[in-house]
Design a protein around this ligand. Structure first.
Ligand code: ISL
Length: 544
């Protein structure tokens, strides 16, 4: 197993709009991030992925880029960004930027030029098709609802947008466009960035026949995910941007499967790591908003099928597109279960083999927002489109409460002061009312808090070769409510057992050894208590 910095560090994902505001405008910013680096260092974080910081009209909260080489004014300036790079490197932390190159904003000058005239050199930077004004070129649906095509009356053509109509898809068939992107990527790397998280990178190549899908306005990955040309482009990008640099690329490989994953990752491959979403889709019945209950057996099936499928995984419980981890995989019924369950799911995930990505606020057990049911509470285009298109608003709200992306985007809860210490102004999205209890200041002082547990877990991982590089072997024949596995290094062996249910489970074969981390002070022989988790050192170790 090749050793790499990105395999050895625990990553933290920052959603900059909601992390820390420094100037009272209600929006998080770069200076705010800098002011919290010491907290992240204390937590044991070694690398940070920051969601888009680029100039954007914010139709999709920064995932619609207007200018790839300008920092969003609300977040600060290029000088602030350079300070951030410097402050992070000074603390031996790596910085990973978000790279959104499947699409841009419709306000990007490339698109403005593109729609101006068919003769513009930028016209082919996007995907345009002729056709009558009332019928789109095909029946593909957008991720955010409705058709994936919009008719542009200036260009008198249709353009493709797999996401919102303000996010036209770039045409990767166009070599000049690709060269422009590579120049931009290299410029950021020259500025000191250590890598990229590549937004929907699996969708960049489209089937050039643009065939109709089976269903109208549905997603049809068979025509735009993992197309053969995607590999061509990713290889080209690697050669032109990343070869010879010590940087890391993690792809958001939407629609990846355990079968096709190894076509993009592996030593010397197109990407270093990938994000797969099987666990994130576990509570949906086909479509995101059709929610079904959690099935424990599925969790271990998904986790271990991915551990077998590829040599190195990303490990995560949520991100800015997902509900809060503890609300989804744990229990927020009462304080005790909230703490225990947040800890058990953390151990379940972050002792596996791979690179942990902790989403901001997860380490203090931030929960979903208690939306009362007014559209004015929402900021996310996906939820707003869905609500507007739904006939049964009550049903739509029940799904949004569980799965809406704004759940993850409420301000970070630093302390019990007004607005949770996030801003002195009016926050761009409401703060979760539980902030007087759920916040860093409370938890940092409490050795039994979720935050203290996360820190112990991260530090153990940082110090153990076995937890980083050891083999991961699923424990067979154990109750499906317990996620159990071994990590085996050269001199060390650990057993991990996490009850991810509210049930007390008896007759559990618990291996003998030294308990290194657990969330219960009193253990009962052969019993796993509700959400109990245990990390046991079985074989003597020289690396802790
Ligand atoms: O968020 C989702 C479902 O609620 C996903 O389907 C998501 O749209 C998909 O994973 C792609 O996400 C990425 O690209 C989007 C952006 O809105 C997301 O925030 C980003 O993570 C378009 O750029």
């Amino acid at each position: 197993m090749t050793e790499k910095w990105w395999k050895e560090r625990v990553f933290y994902q920052i959603y900059p709009r909601s992390f820390q505001d420094s100037d009272g405008d209600g929006i998080g910013d770069i200076k705010g991030i800098i002011s919290r680096l010491d907290y992240l260092k204390w937590l044991g974080i070694g690398a940070i992925w920051i969601c888009p910081l680029y100039d954007s009209p914010n139709e999709d909260m920064g995932y619609d880029i207007r200018d790839y080489r300008k920092i969003q004014a609300e977040f600060g300036t290029m000088d602030d960004f350079k300070d951030l790079v410097c402050e992070m490197h000074r603390r031996d932390m790596k910085l990973v930027m978000d790279l959104v190159v499947n699409h841009t904003s419709n306000q990007n000058t490339w698109f403005v030029e593109s729609r101006r005239s068919k003769d513009s050199p930028y016209h082919d930077y996007y995907i345009w098709k002729d056709g009558s004004t009332d019928t789109p070129p095909n029946n593909w649906g957008s991720f955010f609802g409705g058709s994936a095509w919009t008719y542009d009356s200036d260009a008198r053509q249709w353009y493709l947008h797999l996401f919102s109509s303000s996010q036209p898809d770039l045409n990767w068939e166009n070599e000049r466009m690709r060269e422009d992107l590579y120049r931009m990527i290299n410029a950021w790397l020259d500025d000191g960035v250590d890598g990229f998280r590549m937004d929907v990178i699996s969708l960049i190549a489209k089937n050039q026949n643009y065939p109709n899908a089976n269903r109208n306005n549905a997603l049809c990955p068979e025509y735009y995910a993992f197309q053969p040309k995607m590999h061509t482009y990713l290889n080209e990008m690697r050669k032109k941007c990343f070869d010879g640099r010590d940087c890391m690329c993690v792809g958001e490989t939407t629609f990846v499967t355990t079968e096709n994953a190894s076509s993009v990752v592996g030593d010397g491959s197109e990407l270093d790591m990938l994000f797969q979403f099987d666990l994130m889709n576990i509570d949906s019945d086909g479509e995101k908003w059709n929610i079904k209950p959690l099935d424990y057996r599925k969790i271990s099936e998904i986790i271990f099928s991915w551990q077998h499928a590829i040599g190195w995984n990303t490990l995560f419980l949520g991100n800015h597109d997902q509900p809060r981890a503890v609300s989804r995989f744990g229990s927020v019924k009462d304080k005790k279960l909230w703490i225990l369950s947040a800890e058990s799911i953390a151990m379940m995930m972050y002792c596996l083999k791979g690179t942990p990505f902790i989403y901001q606020g997860e380490e203090i057990g931030m929960t979903n927002y208690p939306f009362s049911g007014s559209v004015s509470e929402l900021r996310d285009v996906e939820s707003i489109n869905y609500l507007n298109a739904s006939e049964n608003k009550a049903l739509a709200w029940s799904s949004i409460r569980k799965k809406g992306r704004d759940n993850a985007r409420t301000p970070f809860q630093w302390n019990p002061n007004p607005n949770a210490g996030f801003t002195t102004g009016t926050p761009w999205i409401s703060v979760n009312p539980n902030y007087p209890e759920v916040n860093v200041r409370n938890e940092i002082q409490d050795p039994d808090s979720i935050l203290s547990f996360y820190r112990k877990l991260i530090i153990l991982r940082n110090q153990s070769e076995c937890l980083k590089y050891g083999a991961c072997i699923q424990e067979q024949g154990i109750d499906s409510r317990i996620i159990a596995y071994r990590r085996k290094g050269q001199k060390t062996e650990y057993a991990v057992l996490c009850n991810i249910s509210e049930d007390t489970i008896s007759d559990v074969e618990i291996p003998e050894g030294r308990v290194i981390l657990t969330n219960y002070c009193h253990r009962i022989s052969r019993v796993m208590q509700p959400y109990e988790c245990i990390l046991i050192e079985i074989q003597n170790d020289s690396d802790i």
